[in-house]
Write a protein that binds this ligand. Structure first.
Ligand SMILES: C[S@@+](CC[C@H](N)C(=O)[O-])C[C@H]1O[C@@H](n2cnc3c(N)ncnc32)[C@H](O)[C@@H]1O
Length: 274
């Protein structure tokens, strides 16, 4: 099978379609990664012409399902256990624990959880403190492919590339026969995994009020305009005095937000003050 030509005009409308649907911004260069992945996916879907593929995505009743598959192939799923752990400790110690101690049942949402290492890390921290049964954990991603892996709670050895807290691993993880890390099923079953597109306000609302929202290492793939809208929508889900955590290399100050930036133990987060 010959690879179809990739005229930049088609790539431009395809990248706009992806951005409209998932917020993800790609450079539609003819020789770039976007062109490569879209071309590969279009061939897998049986299209030799990218323009035909575009029309299928846009107008065919099966287009929305195919668009999900295309986005699955485009997203960057890089994540690992204990990533940016200090911030997760702050979320547990300063937001979840005091609420449990006050007799409440707090809720944390790991939005854009990828293959699940982020909510798994939070769940292990909570289990270690004896708090896991008293907190609701929701974890979501746009990609069904990564969510299937997250629900299995089984990762490659690369997921353990940084182990700042070996006691958590010893206590809550096992090695499967192939030597890959596996989360204790009792811990895993406490995480409610869902498919949520962060650029869809209705889907975001459906998660309901949260004490903590983790939206880490995903805003970087959006335009500033999209990132601002996503942050505004996530803020609506925050309870008063709740907090939004973004990745350490991300900042909301440039985007503008009604949330107040604070720092505890060198970790920054954004608190809903009213
Ligand atoms: C780099 S991973 C970050 C994982 C984790 N939060 C972390 O910090 O390690 C980015 C994730 O964002 C997800 N994502 C991208 N666009 C999204 C959208 N519009 N809605 C929900 N998730 C999205 C991707 O599927 C991917 O799994």
């Amino acid at each position: 099978m010959t690879r179809p030509a990739a005229p930049s005009r088609v790539l431009v409308i395809l990248s706009s379609l992806v951005e409209e649907y998932a917020g993800l911004k790609f450079e539609p260069d003819e020789n770039g990664a976007f062109s490569d992945r879209v071309t590969t996916r279009s061939l897998e879907a049986g299209f030799e012409s990218l323009l035909d593929y575009y029309y299928y995505l846009r107008y065919d009743p099966r287009g929305p399902d195919e668009l999900k598959k295309l986005v699955d192939d485009l997203v960057v799923n890089e994540t690992y256990l204990f990533r940016e752990l200090d911030a997760l400790r702050v979320a547990v110690t300063h937001f979840l624990k005091p609420r449990v101690e006050a007799g409440q049942r707090p809720r944390l949402w790991s939005a854009a959880c990828s293959t699940g290492e982020e909510p798994a890390t939070v769940a292990m921290l909570l289990a270690q403190e004896g708090l896991l049964e008293h907190v609701d954990l929701v974890a979501s991603d746009i990609s069904e492919k990564v969510l299937a892996r997250a629900r299995a709670g089984q990762w490659s050895r690369r997921a353990l590339r940084e182990v700042p807290s070996p006691t958590l691993v010893t206590r809550w993880m096992r090695e499967d026969p192939a030597g890959a890390p596996r989360l204790d099923p009792e811990v895993l079953r406490r995480i409610d995994f869902r498919r949520i597109n962060l650029t869809d306000p209705g889907e975001v609302r459906s998660v309901g009020p949260c004490d903590v929202v983790l939206c880490r290492n995903v805003l970087i793939y959006f335009s500033d305009e999209t990132a601002s809208k996503v942050v505004a929508n996530l803020s609506q889900n925050l309870k008063a005095d709740g907090a939004l955590f973004v990745g350490v290399s991300e900042s909301l100050l440039r985007l503008g937000t009604a949330l107040a930036c604070e720092e505890i133990d060198r970790s920054f987060f954004y608190r809903k003050t009213a």
